[in-house]
Design a protein around this ligand. Structure first.
Ligand code: TMO
Length: 332
């Protein structure tokens, strides 16, 4: 009798305990997961904002906003800082800037590799995009200066590119001074009859290009790829003597035995991501995300186009790129 009453009660008690254990276990498990995500986001929100530089060309500005938004979606705070694109490498060493996501080999390779060698900046990742930055002309200039894109042909008709301020030398319209410090060295190294005139902004480059195209006037200016330009205009890069690492450091290398920079910029140059060493040490989670970022030639060209052709504000352009692409969703 006692057994008869007891048995079901024991069974019921065991069943109740089991259900309670399972339910509580499941709930605490679920809550545990939820808490940890929340904790992680809360923790990340407490980390000092990640400082991303804003430079003076469109793909970089749009891309900086894309990188910032990707980090924000993962709970980090970001801060955008207008920065000179050469000085930024020293700023990373001084701990004022955390990352650079568009390190172009032609323009910034020297400044970047120096701080990487010093150990204060980490060469974190290389984008799929291959780059070239070089003197460039629109198609109509080939009729004005036969023999292009060869640099010696360009030099032979230097005077056709002269303006009142540069004559008898030809005028090379370079980018803003912070992009490339080496056009003057190239002019000297190769002994070409050109004077380097720096544009004040990227917009000034494109305005002069458009005006020269309307007038079918001679022009040779700085351009690069990937960029929006190739989708709009035909043209070619000047073919200088082939780039070699030694060309920048060893005067005896190349056609001028006394000077460096007697070569063109690299073709198929790298596009890299660098972070400061301090940032890598202090923020390994964010560094892991940044390391996965990988833009293609098309990505960079589209970022430039959204700004320069579609005239979108950087933030809206970044939102559009994020909406039109999915690959970034696994960068976490
Ligand atoms: C760094 N830039 C793309 C302007 O040559």
């Amino acid at each position: 009798m006692i057994d008869f009453i007891k048995k079901p009660m024991v069974l019921i008690a065991i069943a109740v305990v089991a259900v309670v254990v399972v339910v509580v276990g499941m709930r605490s498990g679920m809550m545990g997961d939820k808490m940890s995500t929340e904790d992680m986001m809360a923790e990340r929100a407490n980390v000092a904002p990640i400082r991303i530089p804003i430079h003076n060309w469109s793909s970089q500005i749009v891309g900086a906003n894309i990188v910032g938004k990707i980090l924000e979606k993962q709970g980090f705070k970001v801060e955008y800082v207008s920065s000179d694109s050469q000085v930024v490498y020293t700023s990373m060493c001084e701990g004022d800037i955390d990352l650079v996501h568009e390190v172009w080999q032609g323009a910034f390779g020297v400044a970047f590799e120096k701080v990487v060698d010093e150990g204060c900046v980490v060469d974190l990742a290389t984008h799929d995009a291959k780059t070239r930055e070089e003197w460039w002309y629109p198609a109509h200039v080939e009729e004005i200066c036969p023999g292009l894109p060869d640099w010696e042909a360009l030099n032979a008709c230097a005077e056709k590119f002269a303006t009142a301020e540069t004559k008898p030398k030809g005028r090379f319209l370079a980018g803003p001074v912070d992009w490339l410090k080496h056009d003057n060295e190239r002019v000297e190294g190769l002994g070409v009859n050109f004077e380097v005139v720096n544009a004040g902004s990227a917009a000034a480059l494109w305005a002069e290009l458009e005006s020269a195209m309307e007038r079918k006037a001679p022009i040779v200016l700085f351009n690069w790829t990937p960029n929006f330009i190739e989708a709009l205009y035909e043209g070619k890069f000047i073919e200088f003597p082939e780039y070699d690492e030694k060309c920048l450091s060893d005067a005896s290398w190349g056609i001028n035995k006394e000077k460096t920079y007697d070569c063109g910029n690299p073709k198929g140059g790298y596009l890299k991501i660098g972070v400061s060493k301090k940032f890598q040490e202090e923020n390994p989670d964010a560094t892991d995300i940044i390391e996965q970022i990988d833009f293609s030639n098309l990505d960079i060209a589209v970022m430039a186009k959204l700004a320069d052709v579609d005239n979108m504000e950087p933030e809206a352009a970044a939102d559009k790129w994020l909406a039109d692409n999915t690959k970034w969703q696994k960068w976490n």
